[in-house]
Design a binder for this molecule. Structure first.
Ligand SMILES: Cc1ncc(COP(=O)(O)O)c(C=O)c1O
Length: 387
């Protein structure tokens, strides 16, 4: 819905996100897709290898393994780590795939609550939820925020003899004290779904410093085959390969990753400055000071009693400001398919999911778009909609 400024000219809406491939990017990509169509090297070829090498270099991991999705990257890691019949700690405030990957690999997810400050979990909560059958911990960097508890969580995992896996689907190029998301534990998993900070259309990436895990992951992603040239299936893998056209798109988008994150951080800083200077009735979920967040999302908490749906539709109808969907609208156990995971002590996750909204955020925003969002929020506050 277009909004109408004083001049009477309707303005295009401020979208929640925008996926950017420049004309030059598109030319680069189509030339290479044409090349692989011509030579027939359509999967597990040189572009996948280049994408892996670039991703490993940029994230500081020894190995990167390109796969078909963020969901398959999680399942591969969990199959390599052998979760069959074991408990795995998973946050309640995450995407379904974090938990379903555990289930698909034969394990049982045990839900952890979140800290409203960082949308992540804490060492104390891990200790509360540990069972004698727990084999590992999964951390999700919601909205691209790496909690400052990561070093303590990694140490706790070591002390307890558990592995730590990061679902870093939101956290490309996010880091804590310079250490990249995905590199705190045995392995990290990324998604390149189109709405992520960078995309390969569909795709995922496993990062690890563990040579054995990397070797096994390559076997699992290609139908559990001992090697590409050998039709001998030594593991129960699947078709989790990344095609060359996907790798070409991902390789190109990845070349802009740091710049796209710098752009997002610039828009986040503009929101931050406005919220620090004036009371909008909102409380941003700010990354810790030592976290270089990628601002996959810019979540803000609403005051208790504020009607989220009403605020979002008013911003859209009155000002043409379209907020993205929530990071997660409900914790996992409130979805019918995962209701059996419900348990006590998940109140913070429920509160977080129910009380936040995500403001428009994407690399190619303009200062004018950010200011339109802020003006719309100021108007909402003045009208009493934000409490
Ligand atoms: C936290 C999280 N984990 C896993 C996934 C799954 O990634 P994909 O959609 O690439 O399978 C997503 C993607 O939406 C996600 O946000």
């Amino acid at each position: 819905m277009a909004s109408t400024p004083a001049s009477g000219n309707p303005r295009p809406p401020v979208p929640p996100i925008r996926i950017d491939f420049s004309a030059e990017d598109r030319r680069w990509i189509t030339e290479r897709i044409d090349e692989v169509l011509a030579n027939g090297q359509l999967t597990l070829g040189k572009y996948g290898e280049q994408f892996e090498a670039e991703f490993a270099r940029q994230s500081g991991a020894r190995h990167a393994i390109a796969v078909s999705s963020g969901t398959s990257s999680l399942e591969i890691i969990l199959r390599v780590l052998k979760v069959d019949g074991r408990d795995v700690l998973v946050p309640a405030d995450t995407f379904m795939a974090t938990a379903t990957a555990v289930i698909a690999a034969g394990g049982k997810p045990i839900l952890m609550d979140s800290d409203v400050r960082t949308m992540s979990t804490s060492p104390e909560e891990i200790l509360r939820k540990l069972t004698p059958n727990t084999v590992g911990i999964m951390i999700v960097h919601i909205a691209g925020i790496v909690t400052d508890a990561m070093p303590a969580i990694a140490q706790l995992a070591k002390d307890k003899g558990l592995w730590l896996v990061e679902d870093a689907a939101h956290a490309h190029a996010s880091r804590l004290d310079g250490k990249h998301a995905g590199t705190f534990g045995i392995a990290g998993s990324f998604s390149f779904y189109p709405t992520k900070v960078m995309t390969s259309a569909e795709g995922g990436m496993i990062v690890t410093d563990d040579d054995e895990l990397a070797k096994e992951a390559r076997i699992y992603r290609d139908q559990g085959k001992a090697s590409f040239h050998q039709n001998l299936h030594v593991r129960l893998g699947s078709n989790w390969r990344m095609s060359e056209p996907h790798a070409i798109i991902g390789l190109r988008h990845h070349s802009h990753l740091e710049q796209m994150v710098a752009d997002r951080r610039q828009w986040a800083a503009r929101y931050d400055a406005a919220f620090a200077a004036n009371d909008y009735g909102l409380c941003p979920i700010a990354p810790p000071a030592n976290c270089h967040a990628n601002y996959y999302k810019y979540p803000v908490m609403l005051r208790d009693g504020v009607d989220r749906a009403a605020v979002k539709s008013w911003l859209r109808e009155t000002h043409g400001v379209i907020c993205a969907g929530e990071v997660y609208e409900k914790p996992l156990h409130e979805h019918p398919a995962l209701a059996h995971l419900a348990g006590p002590g998940l109140e913070q996750s429920q509160y977080l999911c129910a009380r936040h909204i995500c403001l428009p955020m994407f690399a190619s925003m303009t200062a004018e778009e950010v200011d339109r969002v802020l003006a719309a929020l100021a108007d909402a506050k003045a009208k009493g909609l934000l409490g």
